[in-house]
Design a protein around this ligand. Structure first.
Ligand SMILES: O=C(O)CCC(=O)C(=O)O
Ligand SMILES: [Fe+2]
Length: 287
């Protein structure tokens, strides 16, 4: 059966029909899926009752997978490529994750290429995930703003996320110093430019004073996630969404009781090396 591609919203996303991910996918079908991924940034596959092996096998078709070795406590003990997405217990307390707009692993020197998230259990109401198209975010800026942003580097810090607040993260910060990532990123496969700043992790702009950078960043955060650029997914069990972190951000909505079960599983596609560790003097300048 031929693959069907149906748009999910005007701004981002398509649903892929006519494919059973429990079975090997032919090269021709996978080429159609990859083309749809490039065109639509996120892909939804419904009704995919996958084992972890099948989830990993399909994810591998897109490229090399992260074994989540930097977060060994959170990965599945038997399938290191599988990251259970549940409310994490951190310091003995349940903590929500991903509840600010972000792009996976943007605070590392290998920001994730993509992620494939499969739903198993979802609350009766709430727990949706939102996605924003960062190509559109860039393309709709004025030419003057594009000129200003092209060539700038954003400071990305993994210790500033809301779920980290109130915790002593000096050790984590020593092991994961802030990195600089291009504010405007060129997608290696499509050649299109995308904004690469995120509310959860971007704290400044290299070479700018904090009081200069903050209003620009706040504007970009607001501009990037306007409804026209987004899609909000109401999960059903056995849905799987593949997103491209190089041109999309996502957000887990904070709208349900943290004690209500919600369980999804993610694989993470390793990205190409990007960015550099920010020197202390660059941090001082930005203060
Ligand atoms: O829980 C979700 O909806 C998404 C969480 C997240 O940010 C992720 O899986 O990368
Ligand atoms: Fe995420």
């Amino acid at each position: 059966m031929a693959i069907q591609v149906t748009k999910l919203s005007a701004g981002i996303g398509a649903e892929i029909g006519g494919v059973d991910l429990t079975k090997p996918i032919s090269d021709a079908d996978f080429a159609a899926i990859e083309k749809a991924w490039q065109d639509h940034v996120i892909l939804l596959f419904r009704g995919q009752k996958l084992t972890h092996e099948q989830h990993v096998a399909f994810s591998r078709r897109f490229g090399e997978l992260d074994d989540h070795r930097t977060i060994p406590k959170f990965r599945d003990p038997d399938f290191h490529e599988i990251l259970p997405v549940v409310n994490a217990v951190i310091d003995g307390r349940k903590q929500p994750v991903g509840r600010q707009w972000h792009s996976d692993l943007s605070t590392t020197l290998r920001p994730a290429r993509g992620s494939l998230l499969r739903c198993e259990v979802i609350p009766p109401v709430g727990g949706d995930t939102m996605f924003a198209n960062m190509y559109l975010a860039y393309e709709t800026l004025s030419d003057k703003m594009k000129e200003l942003l092209d060539g700038l580097w954003g400071i990305q810090d993994m210790t500033v996320a809301r779920h980290s607040r109130g915790r002593d993260l000096s050790d984590v910060r020593k092991r994961n110093p802030p990195v600089a990532q291009p504010v405007v990123r060129v997608h290696p496969e499509t050649g299109r430019k995308a904004l690469f700043v995120a509310e959860m992790t971007t704290t400044g702009i290299v070479g700018m004073k904090d009081e200069e950078a903050q209003p620009i960043l706040e504007y970009l955060f607001r501009h990037s996630v306007q409804p026209e650029f987004t899609y909000r997914h109401r999960w059903q069990p056995d849905d799987m969404i593949a997103w491209d972190n190089r041109c999309a951000m996502h957000l887990a909505l904070d709208d349900y009781d943290i004690n209500i079960p919600r369980r999804l599983y993610r694989t993470t596609l390793l990205g190409e090396p990007l960015g550099y560790i920010v020197a202390d003097e660059e941090m001082a300048q930005a203060a």
